[in-house]
Design a protein around this ligand. Structure first.
Ligand code: FEO
Length: 168
């Protein structure tokens, strides 16, 4: 069984991962209707990864004999200025997720819950990768630019990063 304070924070993280999945799904939808299929595919696939992050936490909590919670999730934004705005927001969001993971790691250490501390190391490594991934996309945008066929090229490059294809 987990200590209440740890359980509460892990359940908060479940909510945040679920929100992340919904945020990227909303962004995918915006990209799709704006003709940005590469980015739409990438964000759709990333939404699935966030669901996996959520399920991993869910299963861990239940394996300890504690109750993983399914809670109401706030609706994500559906309107974005442009593609740069979408990916600036993904990067900001991932930095926020990293902050929450770090706080969780700190809490589990302080509570001497070394099993949860160990479990969370996967998320620490994952957040490092995710921040690098989204920062890399912003860098690509800077290098390619949006002049002429730039937007088309940027979208194509982002599409190549999709881990799975969107169902047709
Ligand atoms: Fe599960 Fe992208 O943080």
């Amino acid at each position: 069984m987990l200590k209440d304070v740890v359980l509460k924070s892990l359940n908060e993280q479940i909510k945040l991962e679920h929100y992340s999945a919904n945020l990227y799904l909303a962004m995918s939808s915006w990209c799709k209707v704006n003709g940005l299929d590469g980015s739409a595919n990438f964000l759709y696939a990333h939404s699935s990864e966030e669901m996996m992050h959520m399920h991993k936490l869910f299963n861990y909590i239940n394996e300890t004999g504690s109750m993983a919670q399914v809670s109401a999730i706030d609706a994500p934004p559906m309107e974005f200025k442009d593609l740069r705005d979408v990916f600036e927001k993904t990067f900001e969001h991932e930095k926020f997720v990293s902050k929450k993971i770090n706080e969780l790691v700190e809490l589990t250490f302080a509570e001497k819950d070394f099993s949860s501390f160990n479990f969370l190391q996967w998320y620490v490594a994952e957040q490092h990768e995710e921040e690098a991934l989204f920062m890399g996309i912003l860098d690509r945008m800077d290098v390619i630019g949006f002049d002429g066929r730039g937007l088309y090229m940027v979208d194509k490059e982002i599409g190549k990063l999709a881990t799975v294809s969107q169902p047709q």
